[in-house]
Design a protein around this ligand. Structure first.
Ligand SMILES: Cc1cc2nc3c(=O)[nH]c(=O)nc-3n(C[C@H](O)[C@H](O)[C@H](O)COP(=O)(O)OP(=O)(O)OC[C@H]3O[C@@H](n4cnc5c(N)ncnc54)[C@H](O)[C@@H]3O)c2cc1C
Length: 417
C-alpha cells in the first residue's frame, strides 16, 4: 500500500519509519527543507513516562487566572484570544475537574512507557546518538505547598507502576551535586530513575536518514494546501512547491502528522480536531564548567521549567503561552528565564551566549494525543502530542503503523476509530 505521511516532525518521521518496516511504500511531505524544523527542533529533552502527566490539573485554573495579570507568569493566556482558543480553554478547564487527572494520566503513562522502550531499541539498533542522558529525572520543590501538591500525582503514578519516589534534600544533592549552591532554597523532591533525556532534533534527523536509506521518499519544501475528498475517501493531497506550481499527491492512505497545524487541513473536511498551538520557549546554554553542570535532568516545579543535559549544552525549557500561531520571541521572557537559570545554577552556564527558541506544542485539552482512524476511511491521525511528543513519538508511530496495517496496537490507549 502507498502511504503518504504529512509532516516530518518527530511524530511523522517515526510513523514513516514503522510504516516502512511493515512493507508499505511511504512518502513523507513537509513544507520545510528538512525534518524537525518546528516543535521537534529544540524542545525540552525530557523522555519520561512520569512527565507524561497532562497539564489539566486542579490548580491549573488558578494559574490561568493569575496569568491574566502577569506577563511573566509560567502560564500565559491573552484576553484578545481568537474564538478557537476560548473553546479550547473551556474544554481544558473541564479536564481540570477532580477525577479527570487519574482518567487522563493512565493512557499517557502506558503509551509513554511503550514509547520509551521502542526509542531505546531504535537508538541501539540504528546506532543513533541523540546525546541521551540516562540516570533519571529529579523534580525539585522550593516550598512545602508545592511539595505537598506533588504527592498526589506521585501516588497516582505509583499506582500505575511508575517508580516515582519522594527524596529529601540530602539525597537530592547526592543525585545531582550541581544543586549544592541552592541547597537552602530546596524543601524536597521526587525522583524517577527510569526517565532520561535526549535531543529530539538529533534523533529525528538521524531516523529520517535511516528511513530514506530504507526507501522512504521525502518531499521537502512542499506545502500541503488541502486534502481532496471524493466518495468518502481522500483522493489526494494538493501540494504547492517552491516553483509556485500545484500538484496532487495520490496515495492509498494518508497520515496527518502536522502538529499544531493539523486543524488547518482537517477543518475544511468537517473533521473536528481540538488541537491548539501552545507556545513554549527553550534556551540552550553552552557549559562553562561541564563537570560541575547537572548530569541528570531536572524540573523546577515552582518556576515551571525543565533542564536537560544534551552533550556539551544544557537546555532549559518552559512557559505556556496561549497566543495563537505566533512564534515571536519575547525578550522579557528570555530575561526572566535566564534569571531563573542563574539563580539555580549560578556558575556553570554561559549566560551571555544562550540561544533562544520558541515552538508550538500541538495540544489537546486533555493532553491525550489523537492517534488512529478518522471518520474518512483512508485518513489517519497522529497528532496532538502536546508537551510530550518527543517522549510519545516512537510509540504512537508504531501504534499508528499497526492500525494502518490492520493490527491491534500493543498499548492500552484510547485510539481513535
Ligand atoms: C518549549 C517546548 C518544550 C517541550 N519539551 C518537551 C519535552 O521535554 N519532552 C517531550 O516529550 N516533549 C516536549 N515538547 C513537545 C514536543 O516537542 C512536541 O509534542 C513534538 O515535537 C510534536 O511533534 P510533531 O511531529 O507532532 O509536530 P512538529 O514537530 O511541529 O511537526 C509538524 C510538521 O508538520 C509540518 N507542516 C505543518 N503544516 C504543514 C503543511 N500545511 N504543509 C506541509 N507541512 C506542514 C511542519 O513543517 C512540521 O515539520 C516540548 C515542546 C515545546 C514547544
Amino acid at each position: 500500500m502507498k502511504v503518504a505521511v504529512l509532516g516530518s516532525g518527530v511524530v511523522g518521521v517515526a510513523t514513516a519509519w514503522w510504516l516502512k518496516q511493515d512493507g508499505h511504500e511511504v512518502v513523507v511531505v513537509d513544507r520545510h527543507t528538512g525534518p524537525a524544523r518546528e516543535a521537534s527542533r529544540a524542545p525540552g529533552g525530557l523522555l519520561s513516562a512520569a512527565y507524561g502527566e497532562p497539564w489539566a490539573t486542579r490548580d491549573a485554573p488558578q494559574q490561568l487566572l493569575k496569568s491574566l495579570f502577569d506577563d511573566n507568569a509560567p502560564i500565559g493566556f491573552r484576553l484578545r484570544a481568537r474564538r478557537g482558543q476560548w473553546v479550547w480553554a473551556a474544554q481544558y478547564l473541564r479536564e481540570c475537574w477532580p477525577g479527570r487527572l487519574e482518567h487522563n494520566v493512565r493512557p499517557l503513562v502506558q503509551l509513554s512507557a511503550y514509547s520509551l522502550a521502542l526509542l531505546r531499541q531504535l537508538r541501539s539498533q540504528l546506532g543513533i546518538d541523540d546525546a541521551a542522558q540516562q540516570g533519571g529525572i529529579l523534580n525539585i520543590y522550593r516550598n512545602a505547598a508545592d511539595l505537598e501538591r506533588s504527592q498526589n500525582l506521585a501516588q497516582v503514578l505509583r499506582n500505575l507502576g511508575v517508580d516515582r519516589r519522594i527524596v529529601g534534600v540530602d539525597e537530592m544533592l547526592e543525585l545531582e551535586p550541581a544543586l549544592a549552591p541552592v541547597r537552602r532554597r530546596l524543601v524536597g523532591g521526587d525522583f524517577t530513575a527510569n526517565d532520561e533525556s535526549g535531543d529530539a532534533w538529533r534523533f529525528t534527523t538521524a531516523l529520517a536518514d535511516h528511513a530514506q536509506q530504507a526507501g522512504v521518499q521525502f518531499l521537502y519544501s512542499q506545502l500541503v494546501t488541502r486534502l481532496v475528498a471524493h466518495e468518502g475517501r481522500i483522493a489526494g493531497a494538493e501540494l504547492l512547491g517552491p516553483d509556485g506550481l500545484y500538484h496532487m499527491l495520490q496515495a492509498d492512505a494518508f497520515v496527518v502528522a502536522l502538529g499544531a497545524y493539523t486543524p488547518c487541513l482537517l477543518g475544511p473536511l468537517g473533521i473536528p480536531c481540538h488541537v491548539w498551538p501552545v507556545k513554549g520557549y527553550s534556551l540552550n546554554f553552552p557549559l562553562i564548567e561541564p563537570d560541575r553542570a547537572p548530569k541528570i535532568s531536572l524540573t523546577d516545579y515552582s518556576h515551571k521549567v525543565v533542564y536537560s543535559r544534551l552533550g556539551d549544552q544544557l537546555r532549559m525549557s518552559g512557559r505556556v503561552r496561549l497566543d495563537g500561531y505566533s512564534r515571536a520571541l519575547d525578550p522579557a521572557c528570555k530575561a526572566a528565564m535566564v534569571a531563573q537559570a542563574r539563580q539555580l545554577l549560578p556558575s556553570v552556564l554561559d549566560f551571555e551566549n544562550a540561544s533562544f527558541w520558541s515552538g508550538l506544542r500541538p495540544s489537546t485539552p486533555s493532553g491525550i494525543p489523537l492517534v488512529g482512524r478518522s471518520r474518512i476511511a483512508n485518513l489517519f491521525l497522529n497528532t496532538g502530542h502536546g508537551s510530550s511528543g518527543w517522549t510519545l513519538a516512537a510509540g504512537s508511530g508504531r501504534a499508528l503503523a499497526d492500525i494502518v496495517s490492520g493490527r491491534i496496537p500493543e498499548p492500552e490507549f484510547p485510539f481513535l476509530g
